[in-house]
Structures are given as C-alpha cells and as structure tokens.
Design a protein around this ligand. Structure first.
Ligand SMILES: [Zn+2]
Length: 164
C-alpha cells in the first residue's frame, strides 16, 4: 500500500469516528453498523478460514460465530472499511450469498483487503485516542482491554504509529 493510500484509509476511519461523535475507546462498531442500516449476522455454518462478508446490496454483514468476540469486532470493523471505502469485488463466477461466502484467495490478496485491515485498526484504535490513553498506561493488556481489541491488533497500531 502506498503512503497516500494509507493516509486516505486512516482518514476514512477518522471521518467515521467524527461522524458518530465518538470521543474515546472502546469504539462501538456495532452501533456504527446499525446506524448505517447494516444488519450483522453471526454465522455458525462458515469454515473457520472465513472471518466476515459484506453484502452491500443486502446491507448485510456476516461474521464467523466461531471466532472470539475481539476478533469479530476486528472483522466487523474490516467489513465496515469495505462499506465506507466503497470497495466492490469482482465475484463473477461464484454465487456469493451469506451462506456461501467466497473461499479465501490462494496467494496474493487484493489491495482492498490490506486497506480494510488498516481501516479496521484505525477505527478501533484511532491514533489520537491511542496517544491520549498511552499518557496514562503503556501496559499492553490494559490498553487492549480499554480498546476492546486483541493485543496483537493493539501492537500493530502502536508499531505503525511509532508510539513507543
Ligand atoms: Zn475484506
């Protein structure tokens, strides 16, 4: 991803934070989805390799019920990235439905996936919130609890923003 794309992606996430008047962590991604008119459905039938799916026309987001809650929050934020950044996917041949999500791509992922991940990270832990909270604590477990994200996702944000 180019620096320009990273900047635009982070800005898109911060615009959503501003739009919904969110002042600090944890970011209510469920509320954002509901406010956008998106239904979120937990799917028990999916293989564990599928995390989430956005069906734009149906205004429906599926999340894998087998994954833990923090992972589902990240997946929801990722699908919201596709939603807000208006990503569209060329699913020509496959019949993609909520019960038949696309299989994981072998090899290279399309650039939209990296963008949606960056959006998700910035939506769940915006740089300004992270900087502010890190004045009080730098304990990773405590920070992960405050933002309600995995420690792994937290570390990605801290390192990408060079906050250590
Ligand atoms: Zn995606």
């Amino acid at each position: 991803m180019t620096d320009t794309r990273i900047g635009l992606t982070r800005q898109a996430a911060r615009n959503v934070i501003a739009k919904y008047g969110i002042k600090g962590p944890p970011v209510g991604v469920d509320r954002i989805a509901a406010s956008e008119g998106l239904e979120v459905r937990l799917m028990n039938s999916w293989s564990s390799s599928v995390s989430g799916l956005l069906l734009r026309e149906e205004k429906l987001i599926g999340l894998n019920a087998q994954h833990n809650r923090r992972r589902r929050r990240f997946s929801l934020a990722h699908e919201l990235g596709h939603w807000f950044m208006r990503h569209d996917f060329p699913w020509h041949d496959e019949e993609v439905t909520i019960d038949n999500p696309p299989a994981m791509e072998e090899g290279g992922k399309p650039p939209e996936e990296g963008e949606a991940d960056e959006f998700a990270g910035e939506l769940l832990a915006p740089r300004a919130f992270l900087k502010d909270v890190m004045k009080r604590t730098k304990d990773a477990a405590e920070l992960a609890d405050l933002f309600d994200i995995s420690e792994e996702a937290l570390w990605v944000r801290i390192l990408r923003h060079k906050l250590l």
